[in-house]
Unconditional design. Structure first.
Lengths: 160, 160
């Protein structure tokens, strides 16, 4: 992590690890969702995440590197919290709201990381990497927006 | 964390812990910033964070609770990464860019948490809490925007 090149590789490995942890967590979250809409949202984001992992592998390839993750304690902490909520909260709208909050924390972590990687890839002249990373960033923004809508519906049901 | 009330308290303690960790981390980040602008940005966000902690203490009070934090591994992970970068990267624009990236990850974590808390406080009828949390959220958005601008300037210098 001495210079911008090294920092870029570090953050790329960080987000690669994060996406792979999300891949593992999403099926459990989908199974535990109370509402059909939330289950479908998690399932469709699972498919997107598979594509995002492939995009990251292409970025590694463009840099002449082997795809490798680096443990990211932030994403582990967020996923751990989602598991606690699934274990402790009573099934229903409140638990769905809790899972949505955790999923949005994941999205925001990814949004900030992709934002950084895109800016740095531009500076470093990795133009093809910029496009691949932008594809991922766009999906994360859209996923976050969808989760906000679902969160609102869930809270309205809970309030009723 | 059984119902929405319990989840709200849990997330409030989580962000209270997070803000207090940020309070501890910011002076070191300010001291390590290479550019004057970045140092000032960290110092001014330190003052805001002190105010935000007070706002959160008011929210606890409104709910009849004693202010208490709950360990948040996500924020610890993000701050740990900032420390690694300060230790490992060479002083200068690249290291500043790395610190900016970590600070933006902090902001995004806080943005998503305040977003959730505001939505839930509304559903639970904690109207005064909504205003206090919105004040914090507004400052986090503004801090993130400022960091994006500083990041761009830093990368332009690095590229030159």
């Amino acid at each position: 992590m001495k210079d911008l090149d090294g920092l870029f590789t570090h953050f790329l490995r960080d987000i690669y690890y994060a996406e792979k942890q999300v891949l593992k967590a999403l099926p459990k979250m989908a199974r535990n969702a109370d509402s059909e809409d939330l289950r479908e949202a998690f399932e469709s984001h699972l498919e997107e995440t598979e594509q995002q992992v492939e995009n990251l592998e292409k970025v590694f390839e463009l840099l002449g590197l082997k795809p490798r993750g680096e443990t990211c304690p932030a994403i582990n902490g967020i996923i751990e919290e989602a598991k606690e909520i699934m274990d402790e909260a009573e099934t229903g709208d409140a638990r769905d709201a809790g899972m949505i909050a955790c999923a949005q924390a994941v999205e925001h972590y990814e949004i900030t990381r992709y934002g950084t990687l895109i800016a740095w890839a531009g500076t470093l002249g990795h133009d093809e990497a910029v496009s691949l990373l932008q594809e991922n960033l766009g999906q994360e923004y859209e996923a976050d927006r969808k989760l906000s809508d679902l969160g609102e519906t869930t809270l309205n049901r809970e309030a009723a």
